[in-house]
Each structure stands twice: as structure tokens, then as C-alpha cells.
Design a protein around this ligand. Structure first.
Ligand code: ADP
Ligand code: MG
Length: 357
């Protein structure tokens, strides 16, 4: 992890170019309305990059920087070591290894993440389903090496019989989870990054910070106002060869998460397949939706909602988001033409501030 006392250079191989808009007017611009600075902390976690930007009146000394750096990193490490299915000793991996149907104790962060993911599964009729792990593995996006050939119809049927969020039972008083099918395995990747962002935001608040932006792999929380005394301006990337920013979202005291079909893909028999699996078919999603971004109170929720809408696609997903009052922006692709469709709640929270090339 590194830190700097000035905004980072235009960055990120991530979905949302969070810093790009801010960097157009950096903290050292001569036309800035105040002498506020931004302390930047960045590094890697959960197989992706992260960045935290904290607004401050004075440059921090090394001790203060080190303390904040450590609390940001330890918030992320805690989430990764509990919830990564790539780490053998994580709670997620240990639950995957056991074939016991007895209650399995969970730490309270993991319990919270699982409870939220199951609530979203109920609301979306299983579009987001954390028990999708065997399918994620079979398509080559999990911790196990996939077969050379993609799963055929019979294999898919077999794998799908092991999937189903209703086979998990949570018990709040004892903070335990139970698999009713010994074969059940889970995967919290659809929500862990968002939760990590929430944990970093909480750690910064514990340090007394109120004005900051945190981003992990494109999932974002913005708190208070930026160094220009405005809501943070987040650029939603245009997912086409032309690139650029599709829409600038002003964000303050809210979270924004994006799921896309084009960042995490692999080639299977000459086709690019997405890492988002439709639990109804057992196959990677295959529709015109290039990305969907969701604004919510917590990044955990926003991350899970974005995954669910990515599964449901541009029509069913849009209808569900409108029906539930979710703030979502759908970008659909037709050739190289990208079309944006926002739900009324998204337009209310983030009035269209135009596009940027
Ligand atoms: P991103 O924001 O990077 O697009 P997501 O938050 O959508 O990623 O999570 C995708 C990951 O979640 C996949 O890599 C896989 O591990 C897991 N996953 C894939 N499909 C589903 C699903 N339908 N429900 C829950 N988790 C899923
Ligand atoms: Mg997600």
C-alpha cells in the first residue's frame, strides 16, 4: 500500500473511474476555492485495487498517515480473510469444506453479509444466490481449476441441484448458519467488496473523518463533501471501445456499486463468458446489459443489488428496480452504441450531470 498527499494520477483499471473527475481539478489547482487537501491511500485487496481519499485542511504527519493507512488496510484484510473463497482458512472456505449439516458458527461481519445476501435473494427470487459456487467453479471463475470443456447440459443439471439459497438456514441468536444439503457450497464475492468499502468507511469514521471517498474494485462510498465543497463526482465508465465517462454521478453519504459483463470474463470455446452466473440456467449471463450501477445506503446492499440486476438483465432487471424503488442505471450495448436508462429513483438521487469524453 502507498499513500500520497495529493490526488492520484488518473487511475484505475476498475469499473468506475472514481478519481478521474476529481483529478480534472486537483487539490493543488490554483483556482481551488479553499486550501483543502486530499490524503490518498491505495493498494490491493480481494484480487483488485482500492483507494481511500480523505479531505483535510492540513497535510498529515507520518504518524497520522500511518495510523489511517493501518486502519484502512486492517478493515480490508479482515473482510478478505473471513470471506475470500481463495483463502483456505477463511470462514467461507471452511464452510465449503465441511459436509456437516450441524450449525456452523459465523463471525458477526460474515453473518451480516450472509443475512443481507439472503434478503436480496428473497427480493429477487434468487437472481443473486450465494450458493452458486459450484457453477462459478465450473465456469472457471472460482478457486478450483475448471474442466477443459464447459459443463454440458447433464453436468449443469447436476450442479444446479446443489444450488439454492433456501438450503441455508441462519440463526441470529446463536450467529450460526446451517446447510441442509451437505453438498452445499457458497461464494460471497458478489457482496464482499461492497462490504469491504462499508468497513473502511466505518474505520475512517472511527478515526473522526467525515469527508472521504472509498473505492474497492469500482464499488464506492462517498461521505460528506469533497475538497471543492461539493458532492463527490463519480464517473460511470462507458463500457465501449470508445471508452470515456457515460455519466457523472454526484454522491454524498451514499454508496454506488456497479456490475458489468466486460471486466471479469474468460474465453470458453471462442466466446467470452461473464463471471456472473444466472442461477436459473446455470450459465453465464448473456444479454445486452453492459453494466448496471446502483446507489444505496450501504455498499453491501448496492453491490448485491447490482449483481442481482446484472443477472436479470436490461428488461426484467429494470422492471424489478422500478417496482422496488431501487436507484439503478442500466447501460445496454448494441454494437458499439451504448444506451443509458435510469430508474426514477436514480435520476432523483443523481440528476444527470451530463457526460464526459
Ligand atoms: P463485479 O462487481 O466485479 O461485476 P459482482 O459483484 O457482480 O462482481 O460479483 C460477481 C461474483 O459473484 C462472481 O465472480 C462470482 O464469484 C459470484 N457470482 C456470480 N454469479 C452470482 C450470482 N448469481 N449470485 C451470487 N454470486 C454470484
Ligand atoms: Mg456485486
Amino acid at each position: 500500500m502507498t499513500h500520497r498527499a495529493v490526488p492520484a494520477s488518473p487511475v484505475l483499471a476498475v469499473l468506475l473511474l472514481a478519481s478521474m473527475v476529481g483529478c480534472a481539478r486537483s487539490a493543488t489547482d490554483s483556482d481551488r476555492p479553499s486550501s483543502l487537501l486530499i490524503e490518498v491511500f491505495d493498494g490491493s485487496t480481494m484480487g483488485t485495487t482500492y483507494m481511500a481519499r480523505v479531505v483535510t485542511a492540513e497535510p498529515w504527519d507520518d504518524a497520522r498517515r500511518e495510523q489511517t493507512r493501518a486502519s484502512v488496510q486492517s478493515a480490508l484484510d479482515a473482510v478478505e480473510s473471513a470471506m475470500s473463497h481463495f483463502q483456505l482458512a477463511s470462514e467461507v472456505s471452511r464452510f465449503n469444506q465441511t459436509r456437516s449439516t450441524e450449525p456452523f458458527p459465523l463471525s458477526s461481519p460474515t453473518f451480516e453479509v450472509v443475512r443481507t445476501a439472503l434478503e436480496l435473494a428473497q427480493l429477487t427470487d434468487g437472481a443473486i444466490d450465494i450458493t452458486v459456487a459450484p457453477l462459478v467453479n465450473a465456469w472457471g471463475f472460482g478457486p478450483t481449476e475448471p474442466d477443459l470443456l464447459p459443463p454440458d447440459a447433464d453436468q449443469l443439471l447436476r450442479l444446479r441441484s446443489r444450488v439454492g439459497f433456501r438450503k441455508l438456514e441462519l440463526d441470529e441468536p446463536t450467529s450460526t448458519v446451517r446447510k441442509t444439503d451437505p453438498q452445499l457450497e457458497w461464494d460471497l464475492s458478489s457482496v464482499a467488496k461492497g462490504y469491504g468499502v462499508d468497513r473502511v468507511a466505518a474505520a475512517l469514521r472511527d478515526e473522526g473523518e467525515t469527508r472521504f471517498m472509498v473505492e474497492v474494485g469500482g464499488e464506492i462510498v462517498a461521505s460528506g463533501l469533497n475538497h471543492l465543497h461539493q458532492p463527490w463526482r463519480i464517473g460511470i465508465e462507458r463500457p465501449s471501445d470508445r471508452g470515456g465517462i457515460q455519466r457523472v454521478v454526484p454522491l454524498s453519504n451514499l454508496a454506488l456499486a456497479t456490475s458489468g459483463d466486460y471486466r471479469n470474463v474468460r474465453e470458453v470455446e471462442g466466446h467470452l463468458v461473464s463471471h456472473t452466473i444466472d442461477p436459473r440456467t446455470g450459465r453465464p449471463v448473456d444479454h445486452r446489459l453492459a453494466s448496471v450501477s446502483v446507489i444505496a445506503e450501504s455498499c453491501l446492499m448496492a453491490d448485491g443489488m447490482a449483481t442481482a440486476l446484472e443477472v436479470l438483465g436490461p428488461d426484467e432487471g429494470y422492471d424489478l428496480a422500478v417496482e422496488r424503488g431501487w436507484a439503478a442505471l442500466f447501460l445496454t450495448r448494441d454494437g458499439d452504441v451504448i444506451t443509458a436508462r435510469a430508474t426514477p429513483a436514480f435520476d432523483r438521487l443523481a440528476p444527470d450531470g451530463g457526460t464526459m469524453e
